[in-house]
Write a protein that binds this ligand. Structure first.
Ligand code: FAD
Length: 287
């Protein structure tokens, strides 16, 4: 690996100042699990790494007065997986964090690093999308909010500007009538990336009608994907067996996978259909 300088930032404004000062030569460092691999493979050659580990305001998980939840960017996957606040908000979210790689990686890797790394096969992003999350970022021009649907642009590419820092992820309050689920299809090993993954959030009326829903898939396109056409077709209908079959057909049209080491594009398309069906059957109220 090429040599580099390291500076520990003490605050978000200091990190932004250092990014501005060093320009394209600088890169933020959180847990380092993604960045160090990229540097070892010579895919990135930063001259200055700016450490975020000493910035207290990027840490912590907080319930909000309106029933929402905030998770700081430097929260590790393991902290989120084990957090009572995350579990109380949505057990499915704790489960998605618990699916990331191994405990060793989960103890080191952070939420902010995961989002900015933007690998479409990662676990937390589809679940966060299905739960309606947004990212709070700060840059030289001030703060802005990016809905998670608008953060991911392409493979390993986000809509974040070069000098912006992700501060936290905010989740809206969830109606008590809603439920959610995350399923990861792992045909190889338990600690692998997903072949496909499916996250669903449904708000059901007493008669089983879908008042609202959000569906998102991982590893099924160049970014984590919201299935908005499928959501529009299902909203307002009863979650029957026929509707679940229709959802599978619609999703297999909506995904856009490519061949990779975990399966061909055709296989992933078919698995998207199958695993969307499983998630929706899991979430269907028992009569
Ligand atoms: C062996 C292995 C297996 C893995 N398996 C899985 C898996 O099964 N599921 C899964 O979801 N993920 C998996 N991952 C990916 C892992 O989740 C990410 O590597 C990790 O979350 C990145 O976080 P980090 O803190 O290490 O980020 P870093 O490596 O420190 O940074 C990653 C990128 O994010 C930027 N960055 C970091 N924090 C911020 C911030 N606050 N604001 C702006 N930019 C920031 C950095 O500059 C860098 O570009 C795996 C990784 C490894 C190494």
């Amino acid at each position: 690996m090429r040599s580099f300088d390291f500076v520990a930032a003490g605050s978000v404004p200091e990190a932004i100042g250092l990014l501005t000062e060093h320009g394209a030569d600088a890169h933020l460092l959180a847990g380092g699990t993604a960045l160090m691999l990229m540097m070892k493979q010579d895919l990135m050659q930063p001259k200055v790494l700016i450490g975020l580990n000493q910035i207290d305001e990027l840490r912590g998980i907080r319930s909000l007065p309106d029933g929402g939840l905030e998770i700081g960017a430097m929260t590790t996957h393991r902290q989120a997986e084990q957090s009572d606040l995350v579990r109380a908000h949505a057990p499915s979210l704790a489960e998605a964090f618990g699916h990331v790689a191994t405990i060793r990686i989960r103890n080191q890797a952070t939420l902010g690093g995961n989002l900015v790394h933007a690998d479409p096969a990662q676990d937390p992003p589809p679940m966060l999308m299905a739960l309606g999350a947004a990212v709070e970022v700060t840059g030289p021009g001030g703060d802005r909010t990016i809905p998670l649907d608008e953060l991911f642009v392409d493979y390993y590419e986000t809509s974040l500007a070069d000098e912006e820092v992700v501060r936290l992820v905010r989740l809206p309050p969830l109606p008590l009538t809603s439920r959610s689920r995350y399923l990861k299809f792992l045909p190889r090993t338990q600690d692998d990336y997903a072949t496909v993954s499916v996250a669903a959030w449904l708000d059901l009326a007493d008669d089983g009608t879908l008042r609202d829903l959000r569906l998102a898939l991982g590893a099924a396109g160049s970014t984590p994907l919201r299935m908005t056409a499928t959501e529009d077709a299902l909203r307002g209908h009863r979650l029957s067996g026929d509707l679940i079959d229709e959802a599978g057909d619609l999703v297999s049209d909506e995904v856009d996978p490519i061949d990779d080491i975990r399966g061909s594009a055709d296989y992933k398309r078919e698995m998207s259909r199958v695993w969307v069906g499983r998630v929706l059957r899991d979430l269907r109220p028992t009569a």
